[in-house]
Structures are given as C-alpha cells and as structure tokens.
Design a protein around this ligand. Structure first.
Ligand SMILES: [Zn+2]
Length: 97
C-alpha cells in the first residue's frame, strides 16, 4: 500500500506513522494498530474486532475509533496499554448488556 498523508491537528503526517485507536466510552484505549493497516475508522475497527456483532455492540456502547499521531498516542493511549492510566474501568454490566 502506498504511504498516504493525513492531516491531524494541522500537521501533515504519513499515515504509516500514526495509530488507529479504539477508545471506550470511558476514554480508555482498548485497541491500537498501525496507521497503514486501514484507510478509515471502519476498516480499523474491522481489523481490531473481526466479528460484526462485537463492532455493533461497541458502537452502540459509545466506543469510537480515532486516528492519532505518535505524539497523541503517547499522550492519550500509551498509559492505557501500560496499565497505568486513570480511566474508570467499565463495569461488567455495561460491557455484557
Ligand atoms: Zn485508559
């Protein structure tokens, strides 16, 4: 795939240098993949959640996919993957309902 350019916060970046991140309704990051793995949020969600029922459930619950620059990833998502973030964990009821 040719390297695509994207604009994030006024910066022009190579898609390859960015990350697609799956955020929960609590703003915690639950999944991440390299920018060049998908060309839009829908495709990125598909890569992270192969089953449509999982994607539909997450969308209904307020999960969202965002494209982040490397800097934004460090600021907004890194702590979630290192287990050091301060986001409220989702309650089990909210996850399974
Ligand atoms: Zn978090």
């Amino acid at each position: 795939m040719p390297d695509l350019l994207v604009q994030i916060g006024g910066e022009t970046l190579s898609l390859r240098s960015c990350h697609w991140v799956l955020f929960g309704p609590n703003d915690c990051a639950y999944g991440s993949e390299y920018g060049d793995g998908a060309v839009d949020a829908e495709q990125a969600h598909k890569n992270l959640r192969p089953y449509k029922r999982d994607r539909d459930r997450e969308t209904k619950q307020g999960y969202r996919i965002e494209l982040l620059s490397k800097t934004q990833w460090q600021d907004q998502a890194a702590a979630c993957f290192y287990g050091t973030c301060t986001h409220q964990p989702l309650r089990r009821a909210a996850v399974t309902r």
